[in-house]
Ligand binder design. Structure first.
Ligand SMILES: NC(=O)c1ccc[n+]([C@@H]2O[C@H](COP(=O)([O-])OP(=O)(O)OC[C@H]3O[C@@H](n4cnc5c(N)ncnc54)[C@H](OP(=O)(O)O)[C@@H]3O)[C@@H](O)[C@H]2O)c1
Length: 263
C-alpha cells in the first residue's frame, strides 16, 4: 500500500515517523516536495520514504493520499489536483467538512477525516476518524488507537477535546512552579511532576474498565489532602469553566465545518 502526503509539516512528519518505525508491514511513502527540508530529512531517515517532484505526482502514484496542508491553502491545493475514482483520501485539515473534502477530491470515492496528534510519532496517538473506514482505522491503529465515529458532530466533539492538551501541561507547570517556590530545584520539580503524570496515565490505561470519577475517588481519601485540593478547585468553578471553554471550542469547530463548500 503506497501512502502519499500532501504537505510535509509537523503532523505529516509525526505520522511518517510513526509509520516508518511501526514494525510489521512497512508502507511505501511518497511526500510532496514542501517543506523541502522536512521531506529530505524524512527520506534520509527512512529507506521506504521518497519525495515527489509535485503534488500531482503524489496523487498519481499513491493509493491513499493524506491531506496535511493548512486550512488556509487546502482549497487551492486540492482544487488544482486530479484524483482518481477508487482512491482513498484522508483529510487532516481542520475545519473542512467531509462533504467539502469529497467535493474537492472528486471523483475519489473513499474520503475520511482524521485528527491524529503529534504522539503519532511514538505510535501513541488517539485518532478520531469519520466516517468509519477499515483502511483508515488500520493506519491509525498502527499509530496508536483509532476512534471511529458515525457522525461529524461526534468527530467535532473529539477534535474539540484535543484543545485541552496545552492545559494539561499548564496544570503540570502550575504544580511544578509551586514546588520551585518551596525551594525545590526546577529540574527536580519537573521530573517529579512528570513521573506523577506518567504513573497516573499508566494506571488509567491499565484499568480501562475504571471510570475517571472512581479513579479520582481512589486517590482522594476522605478528609485527606487530595480531597482538599479537588474540593477547593471544584468550589472555585474550575471544572464548570472547563466545560464552558469546551462548549466554546465546539461552537468554533462546528462553525468552521459549516463554511459553504465553494468558499
Ligand atoms: N499539528 C497537529 O498536531 C495537527 C493535528 C491534526 C490535524 N492537523 C491538521 O494538519 C494540517 C497540517 O498541520 P501542520 O501542523 O502539520 O502544519 P505545518 O507544520 O504548517 O505543515 C503544513 C505543510 O504544508 C506545506 N505546504 C505549504 N504549501 C503547500 C502546497 N502548495 N502544497 C503542498 N504542501 C504545502 C508546508 O510547507 P512550507 O513549510 O514550505 O510552507 C508545510 O510543510 C492542518 O490542516 C491542521 O489543521 C494538525
Amino acid at each position: 500500500m503506497k501512502i502519499g502526503f500532501l504537505g510535509t509539516g509537523a503532523i505529516a512528519s509525526a505520522m511518517v515517523t510513526g509509520l516508518s518505525s511501526a514494525g510489521g508491514e512497512a508502507h511505501s511513502i511518497l511526500l510532496s516536495p514542501r517543506n523541502a527540508a522536512i521531506a529530505a530529512d524524512l527520506a534520509h531517515r527512512f529507506p521506504q520514504v521518497s519525495v515527489a517532484s509535485s503534488n500531482q505526482e503524489v496523487v498519481d502514484e499513491c493509493t491513499i493520499v493524506v491531506v496535511a496542508v493548512r486550512p488556509q491553502i487546502a482549497q487551492s491545493v486540492l482544487s488544482e489536483l486530479r484524483f482518481r475514482a477508487g482512491q482513498s483520501v484522508i483529510s487532516l485539515v481542520s475545519g473542512y467538512s467531509l462533504q467539502r473534502v469529497r467535493t474537492l477530491a472528486s471523483p475519489a470515492s473513499r474520503v475520511t477525516r482524521a485528527v491524529p496528534l503529534p504522539s503519532a510519532a511514538q505510535r501513541r496517538s488517539p485518532t478520531a476518524i469519520h466516517p468509519p473506514d477499515r483502511v483508515t482505522a488500520e493506519i491509525f491503529d498502527s499509530l496508536g488507537t483509532a476512534f471511529a465515529v458515525d457522525s461529524e458532530t461526534e468527530f467535532d466533539a473529539l477534535c474539540s477535546a484535543t484543545a485541552t492538551m496545552a492545559t494539561y501541561f499548564a496544570f503540570a507547570d502550575g504544580v511544578a512552579s509551586w514546588l520551585t517556590r518551596q525551594g525545590i530545584p526546577e529540574t527536580i520539580a519537573r521530573d517529579y511532576i512528570a513521573r506523577i503524570l506518567s504513573g497516573l496515565a499508566h494506571a488509567t490505561a491499565e484499568a480501562p474498565e475504571r471510570s475517571f470519577p472512581s479513579l479520582a475517588a481512589d486517590h482522594a481519601t476522605r478528609g485527606g489532602t487530595n480531597q482538599q485540593v479537588l474540593t477547593s478547585l471544584r468550589e472555585h468553578g474550575v471544572f464548570d469553566h472547563l466545560s464552558e471553554a469546551l462548549d466554546a471550542v465546539m461552537r468554533r469547530v462546528t462553525a468552521s465545518t459549516s463554511i459553504p463548500i465553494d468558499s
